[in-house]
Design a protein around this ligand. Structure first.
Ligand code: G3H
Length: 537
């Protein structure tokens, strides 16, 4: 059978896509030092295969990543703990202006490493160049937006309040040591959307890089080392159980910021010996449906569903992972949708206009095929020219009609398989969401205002975002990003994240004249860093 993608020979890779990752081999960051691990390490395999002389496909080796042991992980934790120093360290007690200054210097240094990071994202996780550039730029933008949000927060908390005879000042204070763990699909952006707010609020951090996509952060180690005091940011790599296990069981982590599966989140949280001391901010699985009503503009619905289901090959927690069609338009939608999916250009991440690329996770094509086989065995069909693999590439399968009892109906596939089911009554949509393990988002396509309004009212207490005539997504990053049930804990917008990584703290007194004079003397004499009316403009 004809291959579904053409992998290049090694010498056919253009110069502007190549990368020498040897400077990033086996690096980790601990206590202000970039270290090279001389213990066990492993090849970083690219999803991009090259074709050898004999025609056989082989995954390219991009570099080597360190397999740190538990002792090294605990050393990183000890560095973060020392920098925290029970809240008395230089970083947690630094004025907001100082922390913002460090962050702004970091953003400038980060910009200078853009091309290296983009190339690593292409090679490590198969992200198309345009998407990799967007991930990088969006992350730099997130840093700027975080600075603006913090200035606003600082301005509003510089005011004193008088309430029921009490004079008080309420500010946000850091929480302590944060363990940040980002996912492979947005190894830079999703790691930084927890790392950056955690840092700027005055916490200290151990960041564990994801299994795939870890190298892409190594070019930023120098900037992390140079812009923050020693021990404030520590970055480890290696097997999760070996490294993160000891960190969690130590009981020294105050905040877990984890983007991944609920299974792993639950393991990590249970490892903490004093769970009441642990705050968790998580982004987990989702099974976001797109609902197409009888009067939907099919051109809009097809376009948004193709992009929503298959951007970055469907490897997004916000991806549309089930399409629910009203029976009256099902045939028309399925035909147009299948044709649109088959027209998506597949290729290497550096090729202009490419939409589908190879998948980084080991065994992913087989894993996806098992979902398809289960549905087909129970009566569905693959209705497009997809559902076939070549090496690490899986041509998207559109599977129809999917029904309850098939894995694709309720489980998250996190890849290029698009299940389509049919409904007749709007109540079935609400029922689907109520039965689902997840509650992140839904997309509704239709024009009848009253019908859309009815669905919105039925669904607002089931999901955290309803998208009208547009696909599910995270952005804009100032919007709340969260979910119900097994989809998330806490909220991660630019401003919400600042709150998630801090605690409101109040200094107050009964407002007698003498007490007011005391506070006034402290403020006007600039005797306290915290109790102050200074703020950043
Ligand atoms: O994987 C989850 C990401 O946060 C999705 O973000 O909707 O911007 O692709 P996105």
């Amino acid at each position: 059978m004809e291959p579904v993608i053409t992998f290049p020979s090694a010498d056919a890779i253009p110069a502007e896509a190549r990368i020498d990752a040897s400077p990033y081999a086996s690096r980790w960051l601990c206590n202000g030092e970039i270290r090279t691990w001389d213990g066990p390490s492993q090849d970083v395999l690219s999803p991009i295969c090259t074709r050898g002389m004999d025609g056989a496909l082989q995954q390219a080796v991009v570099g080597r990543s360190p397999l740190l042991d538990g002792a090294a992980a605990l050393e990183a934790l000890a560095a973060a703990k020392a920098a925290w120093a029970e809240g008395r360290g230089a970083w947690p007690t630094m004025r907001v202006a100082g922390r913002i200054n460090a962050l702004e210097r970091f953003a400038v240094a980060m910009r200078g490493r853009r091309e290296e990071v983009v190339r690593l994202l292409m090679w490590e996780i198969g992200k198309a160049r345009k998407d990799a550039e967007t991930e990088f730029d969006r992350t730099v933008q997130y840093i700027g937006d975080t600075v603006d949000a913090l200035k606003e927060l600082d301005r509003s908390s510089a005011r004193f309040v008088m309430e029921e005879g009490f004079l008080g000042q309420i500010r946000r204070s850091p929480l302590g040591v944060v363990l940040c763990m980002g996912p492979f699909n947005y190894p830079l952006n999703e790691t930084f959307t927890t790392l950056i707010p955690a840092l700027v609020m005055g916490n200290t951090v151990v960041s564990k890089l994801p299994k795939y996509g870890g190298l892409a952060q190594v070019p930023l180690f120098e900037a992390l080392r140079d812009c923050f005091p020693p021990g404030v940011v520590n970055v480890i790599q290696g097997d999760g159980a070996t490294t993160v296990g000891p960190i969690m069981t130590s009981g020294e982590v105050d905040v877990l910021a984890f983007i991944g599966t609920s299974r792993v989140a639950n393991i990590l949280k249970r490892q903490h010996p004093r769970p009441n001391r642990l705050r968790s901010i998580t982004g987990l699985e989702a099974k976001n449906p797109a609902v197409v009503l009888p009067d939907a503009d099919l051109e809009v619905a097809v376009r948004e569903c193709v992009s929503g289901a298959l951007s970055f090959n469907g490897q997004r927690c916000t991806a549309i992972k089930l399409i629910l069609l009203h029976r009256s338009i099902a045939d028309a939608f399925v035909a147009r949708f299948a044709a649109a999916v088959d027209a998506l250009p597949a290729g290497m991440p550096w090729e202009a206009g490419v939409k589908l690329t190879p998948l980084p996770e080991a065994g992913k094509a087989e894993w996806l095929q098992a979902f398809v086989d289960d549905a087909v065995a129970k009566g569905a069909r693959v209705v497009n020219a997809g559902g076939r693999a070549t090496g690490t590439f899986y041509r998207p399968a559109v599977v129809y009609p999917v029904a309850p009892g098939m894995r694709l109906y309720g489980e998250e596939q996190f890849g290029p398989v698009v299940p389509i089911a049919v409904f007749e009554e709007d109540g079935e949509i609400d029922h689907f969401m109520r039965e689902s393990e997840y509650g992140q988002q839904i997309a509704l396509f239709g024009q009848d205002r009253a019908r859309l309004a009815g669905l919105v009212d039925a669904l607002v207490n089931q999901v955290a975002r309803i998208n009208l005539n547009s696909q599910c997504r995270r952005g804009p990053d100032t919007f709340p990003f969260t979910g119900r049930k097994d989809s998330a804990e806490g909220t991660l917008s630019v401003s919400d994240a600042l709150r998630a990584f801090s605690i409101r703290t109040v200094v107050t007194t009964t407002a007698t004249d003498e007490h007011k004079r005391q506070v006034s003397d402290i403020v006007t004499g600039r005797l306290s860093r915290w109790l102050s009316t200074d703020f950043i403009f």
